[in-house]
Design a protein around this ligand. Structure first.
Ligand code: ADP
Ligand code: ASP
Ligand code: MG
Length: 437
């Protein structure tokens, strides 16, 4: 059995939902995981923002827009009046649940409940549509099996134990359908796996049921060798090692959620990135691929802050780095990149919520300087250091660009450079030109 996850664009209109149903029904009995229709999660977040700022009239306008959009899509999607009315009533009920929040002071749990509605709506529409065309759908509610612990980490044992019986009682289903993104937290409340988290749902479900393959169906034919939003003429990469895919996802390749690789890797389940618009394209296979000593792809992560701590006094005496890292740990701020010298350390963070407190604590150890609006550009491939020249090629390609930090050797798979935001587009294009042409 495979897991097939369809992203927002893939279910972005009545026609696309029909295409997905037909694609799914041609591929045998699999688990289908859906995101919200594209734009819906953002719209739901706008509703929570208006509610938080007390703008009830804006919130009800936005809710009205949702009602209109969904009743139009459902009318276009389902011909059979019985199934169409069922869908209208189910989606209407979900939107009503959002509208009940207009009358109250909204709290964190209300926001989570509102933002969960996107996946509830898309899957209910798909369920009614598939049944209307005669498919035998087992509709699995993610809220019955997808759970995170008190640290927000998915509880794979729980997921395994709770999804298995839901599948077992439906042995004859043509398809198992469920929601991505949404889950329950340790208090049993509705929660989610963060923006873009449907990929993570798919990979957790794949790991939980020991799937043969996890397919991430999206709007592009696989992982490209550079970010197609900034570079023209990028090409799909046919194979990636799990580690390479993880580096690319973490460092900004939006096609894959950063956390999605690990559950698949731990269970040795191949992940395939495929295009809903051209299903016959081979896409990208992510697996324990053979070493091939090649640079595969480039990604960029925005909104990075660099922090330098410089001191004349034997800064790197033993114990010093521990003290620096402890400060970041105390302020619950992950570090992405590190470079060191005898007199200083530079690190980068992508979450500057606690920056002031971090700087204050670091100041006890030396002069602290900050560079904001930086970008990590990450070159990924099978870059084992004994195969000379990878870093030289990267630095050479970027010789016109001021580089604030360089990091290589943390793994065999990544060379990262830190540059200014305004140089990002040029840097990505120069790298493509030099590394892939
Ligand atoms: P979905 O809604 O299906 O989850 P996403 O929008 O999250 O889709 O991811 C697909 C998008 O990721 C593509 O449309 C593309 O613009 C963007 N993207 C960024 N980097 C890459 C890359 N290296 N390869 C392919 N797509 C990428
Ligand atoms: N609908 C959610 C989002 O837009 C989850 C996802 O699409 O993966 O972030
Ligand atoms: Mg996505």
């Amino acid at each position: 059995m495979n897991v097939m996850k369809f992203g927002g664009t893939s279910v972005g209109s009545a026609q696309r939902i029909k295409n997905v149903a037909s694609l799914v029904s041609s591929r045998g009995r699999n688990i289908v995981v859906l995101s919200a229709m594209s734009g819906t999660t953002n719209q739901l977040l706008k509703i929570t923002d208006s509610l938080k700022s007390g703008d009830i009239s804006e919130a009800s306008t936005l809710i009205g827009q949702l009602r209109e959009k969904y009743s139009k899509e459902i009318s276009e999607l389902i011909d059979d009046p019985a199934y169409r009315d069922e869908a209208l009533s189910k989606i209407g009920g979900i939107i009503d649940s959002v509208a009940t929040k207009l009358d109250k002071k909204i709290e964190a749990i209300d926001e989570k409940e509102i933002v969960a509605c996107g996946e509830l709506m898309s899957t209910n529409m798909m369920d009614c549509y598939m049944r209307s065309i005669g498919m035998n759908v087992a509709f699995l509610q993610a809220l019955d099996f997808m759970a995170v612990d008190d640290q927000g980490e998915p509880d794979l044992d729980y997921i395994e134990a709770h999804i298995a019986p839901l599948i077992a009682i439906n042995p004859d289903a043509d398809v198992y359908l469920t929601q991505g993104f949404i889950c329950r937290n340790a208090d049993g409340e509705i929660d989610n796996l963060q923006r873009g988290g449907s990929d993570y749902s798919a990979s957790l479900i794949g790991a939980a049921v020991d799937a043969d393959e996890i397919e991430i169906w999206t709007d592009i034919d696989g992982m490209h060798n550079n970010d197609p939003r900034f570079v023209e003429g990028t090409k799909p990469v046919s194979k990636l090692h799990f580690e390479e895919a993880a580096e690319l996802a973490y460092f900004g390749a939006k096609i894959l959620h950063p956390t999605c690789v690990l559950p698949a890797k731990n269970k040795n389940i191949p992940v395939r990135l495929l295009n809903t618009m051209t299903p016959e394209a081979p896409g990208t296979l992510i697996y324990n691929t053979e070493a091939d000593y090649k640079i595969k792809a480039i990604a960029a992560k925005d909104d990075i802050t660099a922090i330098k701590i410089k001191s004349g006094r034997m800064l790197l005496a033993y114990g010093f780095l521990r003290k620096v890292f402890e400060i970041f740990e105390t302020h619950r701020t992950p570090i992405d990149m590190i470079t060191t010298s005898e007199v200083g350390v530079s690190v980068t963070i992508d979450n500057d919520r606690n920056l002031d407190a971090i700087v204050e604590d670091l100041s006890a150890y030396g002069a602290v300087t900050i560079d904001r609006d930086m970008v990590i550009v990450c070159v990924v491939g099978d870059l084992e250091w004994k195969n000379r020249g990878f870093e030289a090629e990267v630095v050479n390609a970027l010789k016109e660009i001021p580089i604030r930090m360089i990091s290589y050797g943390g793994s065999n798979y990544n060379i990262s450079v830190l540059i200014r935001k305004e140089d990002k587009q040029k840097a990505l294009n120069l790298l493509s030109l030099h590394l892939f042409n």
